[in-house]
Design a protein around this ligand. Sequence first.
Ligand SMILES: Nc1ncnc2c1ncn2[C@@H]1O[C@H](COP(=O)(O)OP(=O)(O)O)[C@@H](O)[C@H]1O
Ligand SMILES: [Mg+2]
Length: 344
Amino acid sequence: MEQYSILGRIGEGAHGIVFKAKHIETGETVALKKVALRRLEDGIPNQVLREIKALQEIEDNQHVVKLKDVFPHGTGFVLVFDFMLSDLSEVIRNSERPLTPAQIKGYMMMLLKGIAFLHHNNIMHRDLKPANLLISSSGHLKIADFGLARLFNDEGERLYSHQVATRWYRAPELLYGARKYDEGVDLWALGCIFGELLNSSPLFPGENDIEQLCCVLRILGTPTLESWPEIVELPDYNKITFKENPAIPLEEIVPDTSPQAVDLLYKFLVYPSKQRCSARKALLHPYFFSCPLPAHHLELPIPQRGGRFPCQRLQPPTADFSVDLHLQNSVVDPALLQGHAACL
Ligand SMILES: Nc1ncnc2c1ncn2[C@@H]1O[C@H](COP(=O)(O)OP(=O)(O)O)[C@@H](O)[C@H]1O
Ligand SMILES: [Mg+2]
C-alpha cells in the first residue's frame, strides 16, 4: 500500500470502497478497490475470492477491466485496476443530449464483445448494469466488478443463489427464485441496458422485488405455459399470481428506434433463458451492419464523474443481494491465498 498515494475516493459499492491513487514509482494512475473483512473470523469473503478468481481466469481482453495486482491490506484486500475515467451510468445520466443511434451501437458492440468473451470462458458476470461498465480515457467500455461472477459448466447441476444482480437488471427466472440458471441472466441484463441506452431511462425500475416482476410483466405480458414452459419449475411460481395482461409492443416502449434495434432488443428480453440471443450471435445481427454504423470509441462521450449536467433521474437501487455459501469449487490460486493468509 505504501507504493501508492491516494488521490481521492471514486466510488463505493456493495463490496468495497474504490480510490483513485498514483503508483509513486511509476507515476501511473490506478483505481484501488479496498475490500475489508468485517471480522477476522469471517474469513475471506466469497465476493473477494470470486472477484480475484474470475479476474485471474481472464486473459487480456479489451472490454474487460484489467486486474493489475492484488495484495493484503489490514484485515482485507486491495485489488489494483487500471484507472477509468467514467462509467456507463454517468454517460446515460450526464450526456447533454440523448445518445445518438451510432453511439448506442458503439457501446452495445463493445459490451457484447466483452460478454461474448466472458461467456466463452465460462464466466457469468451476474451483476451487469451501467455502473459496472467502465469507460476508459480512449472511450473503450470495459466490464468491471466481478464480485458476483461465477464459473459455470454445461453439465451444471449446481445450485446458485437467486439473490444476484441489481434489481432492475435481474432476470425474471431470478425474480421467481430460480437456483439453477445460466449465462442467460447476463443476456437479460444486456437487454435492460440496451433499452436504457435507447430511452435514457431504465426499462424496468422496480422499487421492490414484487414490483420488479410487475414492471417486467406489464411490458412483456403475463407469462403463459406456452411462452415460458419452464416457469412451472421455478420455486416461487405458485407463490405469486398476477392479473393476465397482454404484452406491449417494444416499439412503443422504445419509440423512435430503428426496426433492427427493436428486433435485437426482442432477442434478449424473452422469458425462457435458453431462447435469449447469445452475445456472440448478437454481434452478427443486422443492427450492427446497417446505417448508422457503430461510432468509433474515440467519438464517444466521456463525462467526468459527478459531471456538470446531472439530470434528476431515477437512481438505481444498490445491489441488495446476499451471496452463496459454497465456494469450494471456486477458490483462488491457493498459493496466492497462503501468502495473504499469513498477513491477516
Ligand atoms: N478501475 C476503475 N477506475 C475508475 N473507477 C472505478 C474503477 N473500478 C470501480 N470504479 C468506480 O467505483 C464504483 C464501485 O466499484 P465496483 O467494482 O463496481 O465495486 P462494488 O462491488 O462495490 O460495486 C464503480 O461503479 C465505479 O464508479
Ligand atoms: Mg459495482
